[in-house]
Design a protein around this ligand. Structure first.
Ligand code: S3P
Length: 193
């Protein structure tokens, strides 16, 4: 299965014509493992790990739930775009992004130039399983988080599709398998031999 995905990655590389910087960007819904996988892949590639959520919180001087609560989602999105733009100016980084980064059209353009974009996918059930005990995600503090996940996924799936160079379905893969697939396809895509 993994082998097939890697071959697809290579085909995609051949077909990609736009100039991109030497970064890996991980996109995907909340709870798809962007941070965990990103840290491991960064280590393997010798890249710096950066996380747009962490940088937004740092810039705002408060945690993400507080930004949503006090300033609203729009303020969060504005900061997220600024941070993404800053990250895109660097190289040799694994950039883990917030799940909603693809909701702003201008971010899609930035992502494209910023590097190789991998979409980590997971089923709504897996996502729910992974996020249910975590209170750091304001958009999931609803009466029925599982339903919210399904609705948000439906809204966003086309945007993730538009933004990615390669997608990896993580359901049923171990962390090692996902990290390996992501690392090796990135090496090929970024011409790292
Ligand atoms: C969000 C995802 C979160 C964070 C914020 C909004 C979203 O990041 O940026 O809570 O809109 O999907 P993670 O995907 O890292 O949880």
């Amino acid at each position: 299965m993994l082998g097939i995905r890697l071959n697809l990655a290579m085909l995609r590389v051949v077909n990609t014509t736009h100039q991109r910087s030497r970064n890996l960007i991980l996109i995907g819904f909340m709870g798809t493992g962007k941070t965990t996988i990103g840290k491991r892949v960064a280590k393997s590639l010798g890249f710096r790990f950066v996380d747009t959520d962490q940088l937004v919180a740092k810039r705002a001087g408060k945690k993400i739930p507080k930004i949503f609560e006090e300033d609203g989602e729009e303020a969060f999105r504005k900061l997220e775009t600024e941070v993404l733009q800053d990250c895109a100016a660097g190289v040799d980084q694994v950039i883990s992004t917030g799940g909603g980064i693809i909701t702003r059209p201008e971010n899609l353009e930035i992502l494209k130039k910023a590097g190789y974009v991998i979409w980590l996918k997971a089923s709504p059930e897996t996502i729910y399983e992974r996020v249910q005990r975590n209170r750091n995600r304001p958009l999931l503090q609803t009466d029925d988080p599982e339903e919210t996940i399904r609705n948000l996924l439906d809204e966003r799936v086309g945007l993730y599709e538009k933004a990615n160079d390669l997608s990896v379905a993580t359901d049923g893969l171990t962390l090692d398998e996902t990290s390996f697939g992501v690392t090796e396809s990135t090496r090929v895509a970024l011409g790292m031999g």
